[in-house]
Design a protein around this ligand. Structure first.
Ligand SMILES: *[C@@H]1O[C@H](CO)[C@@H](O)[C@H](O)[C@H]1NC(C)=O
Ligand SMILES: *[C@@H]1O[C@H](CO)[C@@H](O)[C@H](O)[C@H]1NC(C)=O
Ligand SMILES: *[C@@H]1O[C@H](CO)[C@@H](O)[C@H](O)[C@H]1NC(C)=O
Ligand SMILES: *[C@@H]1O[C@H](CO)[C@@H](O)[C@H](O)[C@H]1NC(C)=O
Ligand SMILES: *[C@@H]1O[C@H](CO)[C@@H](O)[C@H](O)[C@H]1NC(C)=O
Ligand SMILES: *[C@@H]1O[C@H](CO)[C@@H](O)[C@H](O)[C@H]1NC(C)=O
Ligand SMILES: *[C@@H]1O[C@H](CO)[C@@H](O)[C@H](O)[C@H]1NC(C)=O
Ligand SMILES: *[C@@H]1O[C@H](CO)[C@@H](O)[C@H](O)[C@H]1NC(C)=O
Ligand SMILES: *[C@@H]1O[C@H](CO)[C@@H](O)[C@H](O)[C@H]1NC(C)=O
Ligand SMILES: *[C@@H]1O[C@H](CO)[C@@H](O)[C@H](O)[C@H]1NC(C)=O
Ligand SMILES: *[C@@H]1O[C@H](CO)[C@@H](O)[C@H](O)[C@H]1NC(C)=O
Ligand SMILES: *[C@@H]1O[C@H](CO)[C@@H](O)[C@H](O)[C@H]1NC(C)=O
Length: 361
């Protein structure tokens, strides 16, 4: 690796620091040191966390939140400062930390955009930026982060579309974009090449269009959260046939259509399902009767019809059952009193007949 010739153009304060006891030497070490100092210089650091710790009394590899490679000494492999009030913008220079594997700046008061140069961090496995005030869009250059396992942007102000380039991230197992302002549709091929996916959370955005079919073919998916968007159309059938899925939150969209019947419905691991506040039709899917781990079932505010099925009483772990505001009819089954773990039951605003069985009291 060539020594950086551009070090001469760095501001004086960086030069003086890198020449002193912070040990920014060795191939690439100077770049990493100057990058960290540029990162620090761009943050207001009101509690003087970095100002007090990132000093030349110590080698930068020992600075708070910094870890260097064992093999490539003086190369930063992780920068982790979660929950430290730093306040300010992320410098594009971070893209020069070419050995960086973990970047965790969750809840640090970051503002401004995610720099495009982040796409140069080809060794990056973990990118944690949740609970900041980042704005702008997700840079399409992030499609070059082919080592990325975890991408957590939850709770920022990121807008625009999900870039189709992210489909190159074949090692991803976790995406969390919840509580941003993403819009447009979810790229249809986004999940065609990501077999390790375990957790996918796109909740609380403004995403529209349909749910990509490819999601139903993620063999390891345990958690699917797409609640509170403007998604429409039927849910791909394959999503109701996922052997590892534990939670499915699709509440608050414009999803339509009946849920597949038991022949193509198999969610053996599922614990929590919420399909509330959509436009689903048809009967309460009988496939649910095989979901022995079900704890929470929320189908409220849809157009489900037919009866309240007695097989609900055979779901041993059911704690929360919300069926209110639908078009259900017939009696309230007394056997629901068999649900000894049931904490909450809502059957309101349907067209149910008969008395409330005293057993349910
Ligand atoms: C690195 O810098 C330190 C102090 O600045 C010095 O002691 C050491 O010899 C240098 N190592 C190399 C390989 O240049
Ligand atoms: C900086 O933080 C590191 C890691 O917490 C700690 O070991 C070190 O003593 C601190 N240095 C100073 C000068 O506070
Ligand atoms: C580091 O990154 C910045 C911004 O992306 C760039 O201008 C600079 O040339 C890079 N190289 C070094 C050695 O700082
Ligand atoms: C979102 O992040 C802010 C800090 O930026 C924090 O105060 C707030 O509690 C977070 N909200 C959620 C829902 O986590
Ligand atoms: C990814 O890297 C390649 C080669 O370095 C570059 O040509 C391309 O523009 C980058 N892609 C994105 C989306 O940034
Ligand atoms: C998405 O939001 C941007 C503004 O952030 C707007 O310009 C664009 O028209 C929106 N696109 C869609 C499909 O809603
Ligand atoms: C998502 O939106 C719903 C409805 O507005 C809200 O109740 C919920 O707290 C939001 N979730 C997060 C994580 O912000
Ligand atoms: C299901 O929901 C309950 C209560 O909201 C929660 O404690 C539990 O962790 C959830 N299970 C899964 C797999 O998310
Ligand atoms: C589907 O449900 C029907 C009616 O309860 C039942 O007769 C049938 O055996 C079920 N099929 C499977 C594959 O579970
Ligand atoms: C359900 O998934 C299994 C295993 O992934 C597959 O063999 C089967 O064909 C699927 N059934 C339907 C109806 O899609
Ligand atoms: C409800 O419990 C009673 C007594 O344990 C049992 O006889 C009955 O078969 C149960 N009904 C259902 C639908 O599980
Ligand atoms: C409610 O059910 C009764 C009979 O069970 C039926 O006559 C009536 O039309 C239903 N009302 C609605 C709004 O579906």
């Amino acid at each position: 690796m060539a020594l950086p010739i551009c070090i001469v153009v760095l501001p004086i304060f960086l030069l003086s620091a890198s020449a002193s006891s912070s040990h920014g030497n060795g191939s690439g070490g100077e770049i990493d040191l100057s990058t960290l100092l540029t990162f620090k210089a761009q943050l207001s650091d009101p509690l003087r966390i970095l100002a007090k710790n990132w000093t030349n009394e110590m080698a930068f590899c020992q600075w708070l939140g910094v870890k260097c490679s064992l093999r490539h000494r003086h190369r930063v492999v992780s920068l982790e400062l979660p929950d430290m009030p730093l306040h300010g913008e992320v410098t594009p220079h971070l893209g020069n930390l070419s050995f960086l594997s973990v970047l965790d700046l969750a809840n640090t008061g970051l503002t401004g955009p995610i720099p495009l140069n982040i796409g140069r961090l080809r060794r990056l496995r973990y990118l944690g930026l949740r609970d900041n005030s980042l704005s702008g869009s997700i840079p399409s250059t992030m499609g070059n982060l082919t080592s990325l396992h975890v991408l957590d942007l939850m709770n920022n102000s990121i807008s625009g579309r999900i870039p189709v380039e992210l489909q190159g991230l074949r090692n991803l197992w976790y995406i969390n974009f919840q509580k941003n302002s993403l819009n447009g549709s979810i790229p249809l091929d986004l999940f065609n090449n990501t077999p390790r996916f375990i957790e996918l959370n796109l909740g609380n955005n403004s995403l529209s269009g349909t749910i990509p079919n490819g999601i139903g073919y993620l063999p390891a998916l345990q958690s699917l959260v797409m609640e509170f968007n403007q998604l429409s159309g039927p849910v791909p059938q394959a999503i109701f046939n996922m052997s590892m899925l534990q939670e499915m939150y699709l509440e608050g969209n414009h999803l339509t259509g009946p849920i597949p019947s038991n022949k193509s419905f198999s969610l053996p691991m599922v614990q929590n399902i919420s399909l509330s506040l959509n436009r689903f039709t048809g009967e309460i899917p009988i496939g649910l009767s095989e979901c022995q781990n079900l704890e929470k079932l929320s189908l409220s505010k849809n157009f489900f019809e037919g009866i309240v099925p007695t097989w609900l009483a055979k779901l041993p772990r059911l704690q929360l059952l919300y069926l209110g505001i639908n078009k259900l009819n017939g009696p309230i089954p007394a056997v629901l009193s068999n649900l000894t773990n049931l904490l909450e039951l809502d059957l309101s605003s349907n067209n149910l007949t008969g008395r409330i069985p005293p057993e349910l009291g």
